[in-house]
Design a protein around this ligand. Structure first.
Ligand SMILES: Nc1ncnc2c1ncn2[C@@H]1O[C@H](COP(=O)(O)OP(=O)(O)OP(=O)(O)O)[C@@H](O)[C@H]1O
Ligand SMILES: [Mg+2]
Length: 307
């Protein structure tokens, strides 16, 4: 089973109104679903028919709504009950306006030492049957910046490969524990290394302990830099749609590749096809299945630099 961990789980609420007018009241259409990057990865793996377990923190009544949505979605999940309430993210979408969506992201809970101990116990238990551990997203307040490093060390002790999708201090502090794959986007990669070149930035992360670096490059695709070589996967078309969460789809495909030991060029092509097909759908964790099959035949993988 592929195990995903979401430490900063969210209830993603979307309000749709014709037009938002500050200082007035609105009657939005409301949809909500459980969110957070690890949950999005788990949704994608579930839709692919893969055996997946989503471990997520849930606190208070927001946490109960998150659990309810995961049950409805038929996802196998394990809650780690935490003391403070899980966060909500509220996105306001305007149908009669070309304005971008407006987001309100709550700061989220502060985890206690007991919460963190319970997370670790839950992950250790799940590692017994895990083929890959997926660690995605920001760290909630209260956790040490090397929290991902601690979980990676537990997985590596049990010979479970780990894919890490994090940024900033949560990424840098986890490298020494030796993640199998890290998946920053180009901005995150340049931000943590201070470098402006993909190759030299990835050398920095690999020298610090990452076994392989896969940089996601938006419409330009993906670049993998590994001990076996470097490859670029080029999407066939630039998909129009919702690029938020495309990185999570790429991580889902890379997790499958890691679980099955697929050769890098194939693994990268699959990640490019699946993430491009995800851009075509509005909701996180969903993808256009027909487009995925079509893109899978069209992605080009070579050794040349992207762009
Ligand atoms: N417009 C697009 N057309 C085709 N493929 C795309 C497009 N945007 C993104 N992708 C694919 O999705 C992958 C991930 O996108 P991106 O680099 O934006 O990730 P990200 O910034 O980590 O996203 P997020 O964190 O919101 O999930 C890219 O590497 C690429 O393969
Ligand atoms: Mg990302």
């Amino acid at each position: 089973v592929i195990v995903t961990v979401t430490l900063n789980t969210a209830l993603d609420v979307t309000y749709t109104v014709p037009r938002m007018v500050p200082g007035t009241s609105h009657r939005p259409d409301v949809v909500w679903q459980a969110g957070g990057k690890g949950i999005n990865v788990a949704r994608t793996l579930h839709a692919l028919g893969r055996d997946v377990l989503a471990i997520c923190t849930t606190g208070s009544s927001v946490g109960r709504e998150i659990a309810l949505d995961l049950s409805t979605a038929g996802l196998r999940f394990e809650r780690v009950p935490i003391r403070e309430a899980s966060r909500r993210t509220v996105t306001v979408v305007e149908t009669d306006s070309s304005a971008l969506a407006t987001a309100f992201n709550e700061p989220g809970p502060c985890l206690s030492g007991e919460d963190w101990a319970l997370v670790q116990e839950t992950v250790v238990r799940a590692l017994g049957s895990a083929t890959v551990l997926v660690l995605s997203g920001s760290l909630p307040r209260g956790l040490p910046s090397d929290a991902y490093g601690v979980l990676i060390a537990m997985a590596r002790e049990r010979s479970v490969p780990v894919i890490l999708d994090a940024s900033g201090a949560a990424l840098t502090a986890a490298l020494a524990a030796g993640p199998s794959v890290v998946k920053p986007n180009a901005e995150e990669l340049f931000d943590v290394t201070g470098s402006r070149s993909l190759e030299s930035a990835s050398d920095v992360l690999r020298a610090a302990g990452a076994e392989a670096v896969v940089a996601s490059l938006g419409p330009l695709g993906l670049r993998a830099m590994t001990t076996e070589g470097s490859w670029t996967a080029r999407p066939p078309v630039v998909s129009e749609g919702n690029p938020t969460g495309a990185g999570d789809a790429a991580v889902a495909a890379l997790a499958v590749g890691l679980a099955e030991g697929t050769p890098w060029p194939e693994r990268l092509a699959d990640a490019a096809a699946l993430s491009a097909a995800t851009v075509l759908t509005p909701r996180a964790g969903e993808f256009d299945a027909a487009a995925y099959r079509r893109f899978a035949r069209q992605v080009i993988v070579d050794n040349g630099p992207p762009g």
